[in-house]
Design a protein. Structure first.
Length: 332
């Protein structure tokens, strides 16, 4: 389910169906007639980065490492040709999580960070020259910035407590702190609280308390989409999707389902939002949903041939909004 440090989930296995029909007549040579081939999800390792074509429902596996890809953030750069994400390398502990980029075609993998700290939740600068990310260098997570080529790594902002869920558009960076959404300018100054959820920080049985998480700025940096955990006394937490103006006005509810849902992202046209539904009640789902930015036409766009053992995380639109990139996870 959505959270301020990321989501870790696991699942089942892939079935591949194929059909071959052979026809013959008594007066003619036997003829092989190939029937329709069922669509399948490509599968190499337990984790992968995928691209889903919204028009055809076809899915392509772009990258599948032997180690875990962190499921909380997958972002496309402004040019639309590179993705940034975090994955474990050289070990299985939090300190082995590093920032990587890869071409949107699945080629040209590049490791950006290389240290003994927990680095996660990366996001691009608008010009794609820099990457903001979270890093645990002391007792909590703070916001760091590094060049896309791995140069000039430095701390950008430390609120004094745990900072999480960073995003960047225009000259604004938004993040979660104290179970609310905050923003700073991209030089790390002028911290401003944007949301003020009722009962923020109140714990229940879910793994996070009441609060607002995972903010994403619209392409023009005027609005923020985020999820709010409203009921912590459920197995996975009951969340809904909201938008708000960057100055804290105009808060608007987009969903009222109470699913475990979030990690929403804007289309580049600015008129659609894609997000993940991790669970409905106690039932795991991990499907990709899409809706208009006013909450209308909300629907599950996960193809029906995706097997129940295949999790979809952190969806993000391609540059022309025709595809959705996402992190896939298999239970093996």
């Amino acid at each position: 389910m959505p959270g301020s440090v990321g989501i870790r989930h696991t699942l089942l296995a892939l079935c591949v169906l194929s059909f071959l029909f052979v026809g013959c007549t008594q007066n003619a040579p036997a003829t092989n007639v190939t029937g329709p081939v069922a669509k399948t999800v490509p599968h190499q390792n337990a984790w992968g980065i995928y691209a889903l074509d919204l028009a055809t429902g076809d899915v392509e596996l772009l990258y599948s490492p032997p180690n875990e890809i962190y499921a909380s953030a997958l972002r496309l750069n402004g040019q639309g040709d590179r993705l940034v994400f975090a994955q474990k390398v050289g070990g299985t502990s939090e300190e082995n999580v590093e920032i990587f980029t890869i071409g949107a075609d699945g080629n040209d993998l590049h490791q950006v960070t290389n240290n003994s700290f927990w680095d996660l939740y990366p996001t691009w600068s608008p010009d794609s020259s820099r990457i903001a990310f979270l890093s645990k260098r002391d007792t909590d997570l703070d916001i760091y910035v590094i060049g896309a080529d791995g140069s000039n790594e430095h701390e950008l902002y430390d609120s004094g407590s745990n900072d999480a869920d960073v995003d960047w558009a225009g000259n604004r960076i938004v993040f979660t702190s104290g179970f609310a959404i905050w923003e700073i300018t991209d030089d790390g100054t002028q911290p401003t609280q944007v949301t003020n959820p009722a009962d923020a920080g109140q714990w229940g049985t879910a793994n996070l308390p009441i609060g607002d998480y995972d903010p994403r700025l619209s392409p023009d940096a005027t609005k923020i989409v985020f999820e709010r955990l409203e009921d912590p006394d459920t197995t996975h937490g009951s969340y809904d999707i909201f938008t708000i103006n960057f100055d804290g006005t105009g808060e608007r509810r987009l969903t009222d389902t109470g699913y475990a849902q979030g990690l929403a992202s804007w289309s580049h046209s600015g008129d659609k939002i894609v997000y993940m539904v991790a669970a409905t009640g106690d039932q795991g789902k991990y499907d990709i949903y899409m809706m208009n930015t006013d909450g209308t036409d909300n629907k599950d766009v996960t193809p029906g041939y995706f097997p129940p053992g295949f999790l979809c995380h952190s969806p993000a639109f391609s540059k022309d909004d025709s595809k959705i990139f996402f992190i896939g996870q298999w239970w093996e």
